[in-house]
Design a protein around this ligand. Structure first.
Ligand SMILES: Cc1cc2nc3c(=O)[nH]c(=O)nc-3n(C[C@H](O)[C@H](O)[C@H](O)COP(=O)(O)OP(=O)(O)OC[C@H]3O[C@@H](n4cnc5c(N)ncnc54)[C@H](O)[C@@H]3O)c2cc1C
Length: 234
């Protein structure tokens, strides 16, 4: 069973909680920020470049989290808050270009058609890219957190968890006056295994071995290997 919240809802919950705890919200841009969490930075990508797409749908609810891989695309489907179904995926530029960057035709495989039967799209597709998986953690001042620090493969489903974790580590390092190097060490030890596992899974998928190996790898191991190590006393 899967529980999901959209990024919009999570942002609102986090902001409301921060305000309750006494944080002060400033909408203007900081001239000398302590922590930078501005999302993925533009990087040059090798071709074919990968693009991400996402939209919310209404329709029958299911408590499963369903991942669909075809030879060149990935689509994930799960329910988030208020009975909304989130559909997001990755596809190479040439595949999307064939439909003028409209992801709808990518949902026409038998399994996805069955999963999304009687569903209706509630919004225009959001498209982002090029997506470059970047698993470095760098020593920086100001401290860098979230996707601005590193971007892990979306199929691991841990981008938001990693962003919250590194934001927490950066806030904690900054409040305690720790060096950027010790922040980097904390990030590396939390994220190294999930970066390595994601790279391994990506190469198994690319080489076509993933389907043969899947029956021998317990799901719980895959989940553990792609989650960051969280130590509550950090
Ligand atoms: C196709 C796709 C599918 C994904 N699926 C999942 C999933 O299933 N589960 C999961 O956990 N993660 C998923 N992710 C990853 C997840 O979206 C990111 O890891 C997460 O959003 C990172 O959060 P962030 O706050 O670091 O960056 P962002 O979410 O990019 O937020 C950065 C914010 O900073 C703002 N900003 C930028 N510049 C400035 C500036 N100069 N001043 C002020 N504000 C600025 C931006 O407007 C933005 O609001 C997916 C990503 C993609 C592309």
């Amino acid at each position: 069973m899967g529980w999901g919240v959209s990024r919009y809802a999570l942002d609102r919950i986090l902001l409301e909680r921060a305000l309750e705890l006494g944080a002060v919200f400033h909408s203007e841009r900081a001239t000398a920020p302590t922590i930078v969490a501005t999302g993925r930075h533009p990087s040059s990508a090798t071709r074919p470049r990968l693009f991400g797409f996402k939209a919310h749908f209404s329709g029958p609810l299911s408590d499963s989290v369903d991942l669909y891989f075809s030879s060149r695309t990935y689509v994930g489907v799960n329910v988030v808050e208020n009975g909304v179904t989130n559909v997001c995926g990755l596809a190479p530029e040439d595949v999307l270009a064939r439909s003028h960057f409209d992801p709808d035709p990518l949902l026409s495989t038998d399994s996805l058609r069955a999963r999304l039967r009687n569903h209706h799209r509630l919004m225009d597709w959001l498209i982002t890219g090029p997506i470059v998986c970047d698993s470095r953690t760098r020593v920086c001042s100001p401290l860098v957190a979230g996707d601005a620090l590193s971007f892990v493969d979306p199929f691991t489903g841990t981008g938001i968890l990693n962003a919250i974790l590194t934001g927490w580590l950066a806030g904690s390092a900054s409040a305690r006056g720790l060096s950027p190097e010790s922040y980097e060490k904390a990030c590396s030890s939390a994220l190294e295994l999930c970066f390595q596992s994601a790279a391994l899974i990506r190469s198994a998928l690319a080489s076509g071995w993933a389907e043969f190996l899947l029956p021998f790898v317990p799901g719980s191991l895959l989940v553990r290997a792609t989650r960051p190590k969280i130590r509550l006393n950090q």
